[in-house]
Design a protein around this ligand. Structure first.
Ligand code: NAD
Length: 223
C-alpha cells in the first residue's frame, strides 16, 4: 500500500516527511511529485519531504552518507582508486557520490551482468564513464578503497565478497552491511592491517542530512 501511504502523507499536516528503506526506494521515486537531480539519475529515493501544500520531494543520500563517513574516518576519496563489489542500488549511489568527490577510478564487480550494464549506462548519463569500468578481484592489488556494496556477509553469513588479504595494507575497506556491524570481511581486513569503515557509520552519517532535509536541524547545526 505504498502509493496509498504516500497519498496519506500528502494530507498529513504535522508530518515533515518520511525515510524510505528497502524495498521501497525505487517505487517511491516514481510516486513522489519531484526529486533532486541525483535521485532522478538513480531512480530511487530514501528521503521524502512534505511541503506545506502537500507536495512530496524525494532525495537519495546513501552515497553522501558513505562519503561523509569516509571523511570522518580521514579518508579523502579525491584522486584515489576504488573497487566496489555490488552494482545494485547502493553501488549506483556510490558511483555518483564517489565520482562527485573526485575519485580517480572505480572498478565494479557484480555477478549479475545486467546490473553492471545498467551501472555503465548510469555512468554515461552522468558523464563520468571515463573513470568507471567493470573489474575483477585481480584489480585489488592497486586499490586504495575496497567496498562491499552487496548483501554478502549479512545476518551471520560468513562469506566475503573478496579476500582482503589481496589488498595493499594502506587500503581502506568499507562495508555497507549494517548487521552485523563488524562483518566477516571487516574482521579479515582489520586482521590484514587495513583501516575499516562499517555500514553503521555510513547510515549514522545520514542522520544530520535527514534532519537538514526535513528542516529540523537546530540553528547551531548539531543534531
Ligand atoms: P541490491 O539488491 O540493489 O544490490 C545488491 C547487488 O549485489 C546485486 O546487484 C547483486 O548481484 C550483487 N552481489 C551479490 N553477491 C555479490 C558478490 N559476491 N560480489 C559482488 N556483487 C554481489 O541491494 P542494495 O539496495 O544495493 O543493498 C545492498 C546492501 O546495502 C544491503 O545489505 C543493504 O542492507 C545495505 N544498505 C546499507 C545502507 C547503509 O547506510 N549502511 C544503506 C542502504 C543499503
Amino acid at each position: 500500500a505504498v502509493a496509498a501511504f504516500l497519498q496519506t502523507l500528502r494530507g498529513w499536516h504535522n508530518a515533515p516527511g518520511c525515510i524510505v528503506t528497502v524495498p521501497h526506494k525505487s517505487p517511491c521515486a516514481a510516486l513522489v511529485d519531484e526529486t533532486t537531480e541525483r535521485a532522478r539519475l538513480l531512480g530511487a529515493v530514501n528521503l521524502i519531504r512534505r511541503s506545506d501544500r502537500g507536495r512530496l520531494t524525494g532525495d537519495m543520500v546513501d552515497g553522501l552518507g558513505f562519503i561523509a563517513a569516509l571523511r570522518a574516518n580521514r579518508f579523502e576519496p579525491a584522486g584515489k582508486n576504488a573497487m566496489v563489489f555490488g552494482a545494485g542500488a547502493v553501488g549506483r549511489a556510490l558511483l555518483l557520490s564517489l565520482a562527485e568527490a573526485g575519485i580517480q577510478r572505480i572498478a565494479f564487480s557484480d555477478p549479475d551482468a545486467g546490473r553492471v550494464a545498467a551501472l555503465m549506462d548510469l555512468a554515461r548519463t552522468a558523464r563520468v564513464d571515463d573513470r568507471i569500468s567493470a573489474g575483477t578481484v585481480d584489480d585489488l592489488g592497486a586499490v586504495d578503497l575496497a567496498v562491499n556494496a552487496s548483501p554478502v556477509g549479512m545476518n551471520g553469513e560468513d562469506r566475503m565478497p573478496f579476500d582482503p588479504a589481496r589488498l595493499p595494507r594502506h587500503a581502506m575497506v568499507a562495508d555497507v552491511v549494517t548487521k552485523p556491524v563488524e562483518t566477516p570481511l571487516l574482521r579479515a581486513a582489520k586482521a590484514h592491517g587495513c583501516r575499516i569503515q562499517t555500514g553503521l557509520e555510513m547510515s549514522d552519517a545520514q542522520a544530520t542530512m535527514q534532519l537538514d532535509f526535513f528542516g529540523l536541524l537546530p540553528a547551531d547545526g548539531a543534531p
